[in-house]
Design a protein around this ligand. Structure first.
Ligand code: AN7
Length: 376
């Protein structure tokens, strides 16, 4: 696959130093901004042939494997910006509400910056173990409330208004600025063109907002000749944008997007409408099927919430929406990019629940052979 450069410096010849260095001209940073980076970004855009085959129509499908960021999710793109700007502005502490990935990322970048980090997380098993481990080992103050994410965000908003603590949820505009670089990379990786269709999970709706902003900026600067259609997907039990009203008790196995009142609701609707796209929902069953398919057919292990993008694509195709889009765009082959927002290792317990458990046998060659169906 050819790589098109939006900028003269080439990541192939220069060491990658993180997305702020790479996309400085597109970001609100100056010479005085102390850059807090873990060399995030530059994640692979992986072609998925089995997925393309499963769609049974003329498509090229790619996944943007954001689980390969330093803390294992796309949040690092926003966090390098948010923490760098907080440090520049003299802040000593950051705080967020989180379903897990934001807290893991905030904790790591705050640790690197020598700042204090506090995170407010929802009750019980609603934060995957890997994410909790990351925030804790980085030294963040982890506070668990009895309520859900929406309640936690409400509290953090109030708290950061009253005390000198920087809010690093995606309401922080620098988060969106950093995350928009995902679309820059996709365009470069596709040889200088946007995909025809961009599929993405929607939780608090910061990421769909950010990707759309990125695609729009490239178009406005004359670097691309068009913008993709945006398809966002919520989990069925946590689909406030689809239903047009907040969901007081959101429920889904995709705990990362178990959000009932997204902060960037209006911006997500704008991305949908301006791109002539849609925001729909997928069931836990559809999410799980896509999650297993990606791991077992493509070798790509993402967390359940991430698989909502692919689950949504499969669902919409069944409803004839890909064919409809192909006609509307007048394209023979549709190029599709799906964002896989977080790594599968974040939530090993769901993976083990979904997969076959190991077969237990004695330490004995005959038993192993029998297991493999091989003749002794
Ligand atoms: C893997 O960490 O909201 O629509 O607090 O972790 O931008 O919220 C995580 C969200 C998708 C949804 N995939 O993105 C948090 C948090 C994964 C995520 C989303 C999240 P947004």
């Amino acid at each position: 696959m050819s790589t098109h450069q939006l900028l003269p410096s080439s990541p192939a010849t220069l060491p990658w130093r993180g997305l702020i260095h790479r996309y400085r001209d597109f970001l609100p940073v100056s010479e005085n901004t102390p850059i807090v980076s873990l060399n995030e970004g530059n994640t692979p855009l992986v072609p998925c042939c089995h997925l393309a085959d499963a769609l049974r129509t003329d498509v090229e499908v790619f996944v943007k494997y954001e689980g390969l960021n330093p803390t294992g999710s796309f949040k690092d793109r926003g966090m390098t910006m948010a923490v760098s700007k907080a440090l520049e502005e003299g802040s000593r502490a950051v705080m967020c509400a989180s379903t897990g990935n934001t807290s893991a990322s905030a904790a790591a970048y705050a640790a690197r910056a020598g700042m204090t980090c506090a995170v407010l997380i929802p009750s019980g098993k609603n934060v995957a173990l890997g994410k909790l481990a990351q925030a804790s080992i980085a030294g963040a103050k982890v506070i668990r409330i009895a309520g859900n994410f929406d309640k936690a965000l409400e509290m953090v908003k109030q708290l950061t208004e009253r005390y000198p603590i920087t809010l690093v949820n995606s309401l922080n505009p620098y988060r969106i600025e950093g995350q928009k670089t995902g679309s820059f990379e996709i365009v470069e990786q596709l040889g200088g063109e946007p995909p025809d269709l961009h599929c993405i999970p929607v939780g608090n709706a910061g990421n769909i907002t950010a990707y759309w902003k990125g695609y729009k900026e490239l178009h406005e600067r004359g670097l691309t000749d068009r913008r993709p259609v945006m398809w966002g997907f919520q989990a069925e039990g946590a689909a406030p944008i689809v239903h047009g009203k907040p969901v007081p008790e959101p429920e889904t196995i995709a705990t990362a997007i178990r959000i009932g009142n997204p902060a960037s609701w209006k911006q997500a609707e704008a991305a949908r409408d301006e791109s002539h796209g849609l925001i729909d929902m997928v069931t836990d069953g559809e999410i799980t099927e896509a999650y297993r398919m990606l791991a077992s057919r493509e070798g790509i292990f993402c967390e359940p919430a991430s698989a909502a993008s692919v689950a949504g694509l499969l669902k919409m195709n069944k409803l004839g929406r890909l064919e409809e889009l192909r006609k509307r765009l007048g394209k023979k082959t549709l190029r599709i990019a799906c964002v896989l927002t977080g790594h599968g290792l974040k939530d090993p317990s769901y993976a083990t629940e979904c997969a076959e458990p190991p077969v237990e046998v004695p330490t004995d060659m005959a038993a192993v052979l029998e297991c493999l169906g091989l003749e002794p």
